[in-house]
Write a protein that binds this ligand. Sequence first.
Ligand code: UD1
Ligand code: UDP
Length: 368
Amino acid sequence: MKIMTVFGTRPEAIKMCPLVNELKTRKNIDTKVCVTGQHKQMLTQVLEVFGVKPDYNLSIMTEKQTLFDITVNILERIKPVLEKEKPDVCLVHGDTSTSFVTALACFYLQIPVGHVEAGLRTYNIYSPYPEEFNRQAVSIVSKYNFAPTERAKKNLLSEGKAPESIWVTGNTVIDALKTTVKKDYYHPEIEWASDSRLIFITAHRRENLGEPMRNMFRAIKRVLDENPGIKALYPVHMNPVIRQIAAEELGGCDRIHLTEPVDVFDCHNIMAKSYLVLTDSGGIQEEAPSLGKPVLVMRDTTERPEGVEAGTLKLVGTNEDVIYNSFSELLTNSDAYNKMAKAVNPFGDGFACGRIADILTDSRSKDK
Ligand code: UD1
Ligand code: UDP
């Protein structure tokens, strides 16, 4: 059988490359990889770490691309690829516009879609934006739904998806994490922060661009200014809008390092050695619990309530004072910190890729 895996951004690549490598070990599967190139440098970083060489690269990225640009360009450029390859199943991941548009193209061409990381929901169509729409739209057309958790499965069932189309596999990000984190890890930024507590920061959500992001950064700057014993590392997303806000709000403080994005190997290991994480990222909410790192989630909603229930994630929104107070508390109140710093992992056992490959081969042989 022929399986085509399509992805385009950093987080999709981190969660799909281990699956591509698993599929490649299966003799009965012809594996094709198409990247949309929604991201460029940040995608290449991941492909290099996992040694994945795409068969197709649609190279759609433009500077400050809009949702219209992404949608139109992928739809147009993926059509000939899908028509040529005619895969038995096309795998997409999560909630990016790459995933939504690819699923739409597959629907138009009546190619079965498998959805990895299916069933995450906030049920607020504007938060995160446009991801909540994207993942719900993929669920309308997907034939195979690989839910990372029981809760995700429940969401899909409550929306009327057929039980026999849903499998709880765990999240493939845990498979990735198993291969990256090393005990004897060294990085110059870790050395730089060795006399301090290291805070790891990322931020990129579309709905946070502008004032919410400025609030986040101002809160962080206030805490840094008041606490000489901490240093922060922020590998800044390549979006020029974010770079400008980050430089304006956080530049010029010698205890905050604004760097280029780090590759996934460095990212996981640096997180493992940090004290605390502040982020609006989705994937980091899944990784940090395994690493026992408290995360202040600078968003109003999360589709990963499992991490909040486990105690590692705290939703703090984008209000400056709320972030400032929560961040300050975790530096001064060791009880509050220790409660969040337990290593728990509600997102899988690291064998999700093998399960997905087994399910696809079993289901296809039953279909015939
Ligand atoms: C996208 C996804 C989001 C995901 C995020 C992960 C959509 C609509 N958004 O958002 O769900 O959480 O990726 O990071 O699918 N850029 C570069 N080089 C890169 C990557 C980005 O220069 O390697 C710049 C470009 O100017 C680009 C901009 O960043 O136009 C924004 O990229 P885009 O993919 O549109 O949005 P993200 O915020 O990255
Ligand atoms: N990440 C990385 N380098 C960085 C920042 C993040 O490799 O400089 C990884 C991080 O470990 C996680 C993923 O990127 O696996 C999260 O991606 P992002 O926050 O861009 O997207 P989201 O998960 O919010 O969709």
